[in-house]
Design a protein around this ligand. Structure first.
Ligand SMILES: [Mg+2]
Length: 139
């Protein structure tokens, strides 16, 4: 059971989290949760955009670190055995994505959906299906 105070906000407290109700949190709710966490600690004074991007990148490197020197079946077995840790590192990446997008006034849901439209245009199903090529190589 997680009792850190950053789960005690809005309508999702530890009890709801334990019942899995936190899984339906919206992007806005998660952003508010992150903002509350930072405000309580007066950390926004340290959050210039460059250092937020650096933190995001460092957490992404921790995702990679989990996979360093592992290949094939061993890699998947390792990730399966460490799925909780993988989830934590992905959450760390997402934390900084939320902080940076919120600070810069970016509507992340809108940006994500716009990007998915662009991805669909760059990777049309009829050209990209079953291929791992970059869009510039698709014919
Ligand atoms: Mg981390």
């Amino acid at each position: 059971m997680l009792h850190d105070d950053w789960f005690c906000w809005g309508n999702v407290g530890p009890a709801e989290y334990d019942r899995g109700m936190g899984n339906a949190a919206t992007l806005q709710e998660l952003t508010n949760q992150v903002s509350g966490f930072i405000d309580q600690r007066d950390w926004s004074q340290f959050h210039n955009p460059k250092d937020l991007a650096l933190s995001l990148s460092l957490e992404a490197a921790e995702v990679l670190e989990l996979m360093q020197w592992k290949q094939g079946d061993e890699l998947q077995s390792h990730l399966t055995a460490n799925s909780s840790r993988l989830g934590e590192e992905l959450a760390d990446v997402f934390f900084w994505v939320l902080v940076l997008s919120n600070q810069q006034g970016i509507d992340l849901a809108e940006a994500f959906q716009r990007k998915m439209v662009q991805n669909g245009e760059k990777y049309p199903v009829e050209l990209a299906k079953g291929k791992s090529s970059k869009y510039t190589e698709l014919r």
